[in-house]
Structure formats: C-alpha cells, structure tokens
Design a protein around this ligand. Structure first.
Ligand SMILES: Cc1cc2nc3c(=O)[nH]c(=O)nc-3n(C[C@H](O)[C@H](O)[C@H](O)COP(=O)(O)OP(=O)(O)OC[C@H]3O[C@@H](n4cnc5c(N)ncnc54)[C@H](O)[C@@H]3O)c2cc1C
Length: 402
C-alpha cells in the first residue's frame, strides 16, 4: 500500500490548484483520476479574468494547444425576449478560451504532483490519524494511505457520497446538453459568449463559436426532452437572430449541482476529508465554475499546510480560510451586488446604463420574468426566497454548512 501525505481525487482545475500548494510546501501528493489523461471535459471554456490571473500567477502562460479557436473571449452578451442585447466586456481585456482537455492536463502537470490516471476513487475510511483510500486501477483494486484526502472530483462527487451518502438527494440537480453545428451563417459575434434570459427557451440557454462550429446549449430538468428543447432554441436563433446552422454533428450533456452556492449548501467535508471545487458547490449563476474551482482548490491545499504548521484540525482551518471564496461566489447571485458592484468581472451596470431608458426598463422586466421561471422547480421557491433575502443578510450565511 502506498503511503503519502495527501491524496487528491480528480485531476481537474481545483485539483491542480490544491496540488500546487501542497507540492510547494513539500508534501508528498498523489492525484487520482479515473479517466486516461488528457481527458475530455464538457465545458464552454470561458475563463473569468480572476481565473486567468490565477493560471498565469501559478502555472505560467498557457500553451497554444490549451486554447480553442477563437483563442480568446471578450466577454458575455446577454439577450432578452424584448430583443435587447447587452454585450459586456471582461475587465482587463479578453481572456483565453480554454480547451479543457489540454488546459487541465497542462495545469496538473505544472502542479508537480504525481498523477495516477485510469485510477477511480471507490471509497475511504477515516481512521483519525490517517485515511485509507480504496481505488480501482484498470479494474484492479489498489489502496493508499494518506494523512488527508481532498475530494476535487466534480459535481457528482463520490468522495462526498462516501462521507455523506444522502447528500445527492438533498440538493437541486439539473442537466445541460449542447450540440455542435457547422455554420451556414451566424451573425452572433464569435468573440462573446451568448446567454439568453428567456423564459420561453428555458432556464439556461447559451451559444458560442468553437473551432469553426457553433455550439447551441440548453439546460433542462430530469424528464425533459433535450432534443426538443434544443430544436426550439435553434429555431428561435434562426427566426430572431438570423442564425443558420447545419444539423448537429455531435452532442453531449451532463448533470450539474447548480444552485448550492445560492442556497448555501456548500459541503466542505469532515475529519481528514476536504471537499473543494464544484464538488463543494462552487458554481456561479451563469455556470462559471473554473475560477472558483481554482481558488477553492488552492485554499483546500493551503488549509492542509496551515493545519500541519499550527497543529490544528484541518476542518477548522479550511472553514475559516474558505469564507472569502464563499462570500465571493454567493455575491455573484446577489441582485444588489450585480446592480451596483461588479461581482462578475464584466460591467453589467455600465452596459445597462448604456441603453436608452426604454430598453433599460425592458431588460429589468425581462430579468424579473426570468427569475420567476425558477418557481417551476421544487427548490425554486427556496432559491427565490434566499435571493431576495440575500441583500438583507449581507450576502451569505454560514448556517447551512455541512
Ligand atoms: C456545458 C458546461 C459549460 C461550462 N462552461 C463553463 C465556462 O465557460 N466557464 C467556466 O468557468 N465554467 C464552465 N463550466 C463549469 C466548469 O466546467 C466546472 O465548474 C469546473 O470544471 C469545475 O472544476 P473542478 O476541478 O471542481 O471539477 P471538474 O472539472 O468537474 O473535474 C473533476 C475531475 O474528477 C474526476 N473524477 C470524478 N470522479 C472520480 C473518481 N471517482 N475517481 C477519480 N477521478 C474522478 C473527473 O474525471 C474530472 O477529471 C461549464 C460546465 C458545463 C457542464
């Protein structure tokens, strides 16, 4: 059995950031990844300025192979049913358009940790002074012993389920699917990520250019018909935006733990097991999760290092240190912060003020109608309540932390 300081589960961005902190502090760190690396990751690859800064500062400039075409993104354009469109540039200029298969592989290699790919985490036993980790490598059982384990294994985290078996039933889930189309004619600006606040299209609808094709994506609930929803969006884009696409050539989708950061259902682990990245619930209201995966991952690594230096319980350190990231992610749902500050690193207030007063009114009305759409979800009312209370309670509450 291999004995190390820390095992990290998952070889994505949260893992790379955690690994970097641990390796820099001299801790022997092994990363387990169930897939063969480099591995595909469903993602638009639009990086926030803060995420970009993190990558530059910690891993250096991105290699060309870690980028899609167009290689950068200027910002986000919001579209409304009233046919008002609001382009918003990122602060500090365009950011890289990440090709996750290669950017994640690059980051995990740059972290300096030892990576065991094709090795699936299967379970753990926390024995107080060490954790036994059970995994399977190409079907064969393999065991590790570590002082701490960091679960950076994404939305359907098996590390969480191994410490809180009922967790998946206690949070809202939704699904996203995207299809890739060859382009006949596409007037949507390829330098922006496009997002529709349109109740008639669904609660999460997006499109953007990638490697000469156009991606059209939709969010849907369990039991919804993805193909029909997608077809409806393609027809809408043709009718309202003059987008003409060939039938899709590829499609993909996955389940997402969307909403925990709004309702403060973050999960940070227990005992010697820390949870980080999207597994912990870090994902903002437009589905941007890379920057908070990087930052929360780094904090989980720092918490392990600090706990050892100060001889304190690692959970105590992690919960104290992660508070700033909780506040930041939760603020990105706060209507007052969005209206008067800039939690999303693109200038929504300036873009709104650039519109004439009639269009401004239409946008605010359309946004309200969009928020009301969330009532159709079982958890929608709870989300709406928290969203309304959020400005009053100062952005976030720590009551719901597990
Ligand atoms: C369609 C779509 C579009 C998106 N677009 C954007 C975007 O444009 N910008 C943005 O910032 N975010 C976007 N996101 C969100 C972003 O992809 C995630 O929030 C981010 O990747 C989370 O990083 P992570 O490191 O926490 O986990 P993940 O990236 O989910 O990585 C988890 C890793 O753990 C591995 N793993 C899982 N289980 C096991 C196991 N049992 N054993 C070993 N390994 C395991 C997985 O294979 C994976 O490599 C998008 C998401 C989707 C679905």
């Amino acid at each position: 059995m291999r004995s190390v300081d820390v095992i990290i589960v998952g070889a994505s961005l949260a893992a790379a950031a955690a690994a970097k902190r641990l390796v820099d502090a001299g801790l022997e760190t092994v990363v387990l990844e169930r897939r063969e690396l480099p591995r595909h990751k469903i993602c638009s690859g639009i990086l926030s300025p803060r995420g970009h800064r993190f990558l530059l500062e910690n891993f250096g400039p991105l290699p060309r192979e870690a980028l899609h075409e167009p290689t950068s993104c200027r910002g986000v354009t919001f579209h409304f049913p009233s046919m008002v469109s609001m382009p918003m540039d990122f602060f500090g200029g365009p950011t890289p358009h990440l090709h996750r298969k290669y950017s994640d592989y690059w980051a995990i290699k740059r972290s300096g940790a030892e990576v065991h790919d094709r090795t699936s985490f299967a379970g753990l036993e926390d024995n107080g002074d060490h954790v036994l980790v059970h995994a399977r490598r190409q079907g064969e059982p393999v065991e590790y012993r570590a002082r701490q384990v960091i679960g950076a294994d994404g939305p359907s985290s098996l590390v969480i389920r191994s410490i809180y078996p009922d967790y998946p039933q206690s949070i809202p889930w939704f699904f996203v699917g995207q299809k890739f189309h060859d382009i006949v004619d596409c007037p949507l600006d390829p330098d922006y990520f496009h997002f529709w606040f349109h109740p008639g299209l669904g609660h999460y609808t997006w499109s953007h250019a990638r490697d000469g094709r156009q991606i059209v994506g939709v969010g849907f609930k369990r039991g919804d018909n993805f193909a029909k929803k997608h077809e409806h969006v393609v027809d809408y884009l043709a009718d309202k935006h003059g987008v003409r696409l060939q039938p899709h050539t590829e499609d993909e989708g996955c389940g997402e733990n969307f909403g925990p950061s709004l309702i403060n259902r973050y999960v940070f682990g227990k005992g010697n097991v820390l949870i980080t990245g999207q597994a912990a619930g870090f994902l903002n209201m437009i589905g941007e999760g890379m920057s908070c995966a990087l930052h929360s991952g780094a904090i989980s690594g720092e918490a392990v290092v600090e706990a050892r230096l100060r001889n304190r319980p690692v959970q105590e350190m992690y919960r104290r240190m992660i508070a700033s990231e909780v506040r930041r992610t939760s603020d990105q749902w706060n209507p007052l912060k969005i209206a008067f500050e800039r939690p999303h690193e693109a200038d929504f207030p300036a873009a709104l003020m650039a519109l004439g007063w009639r269009d401004r009114g239409k946008v605010l009305r359309d946004l309200w109608r969009f928020i009301v759409l969330y009532k159709e979800f079982k958890w929608g009312r709870q989300m709406a309540m928290v969203a309304m209370q959020r400005p009053l309670i100062g952005g976030y509450s720590m009551r719901r932390w597990l």
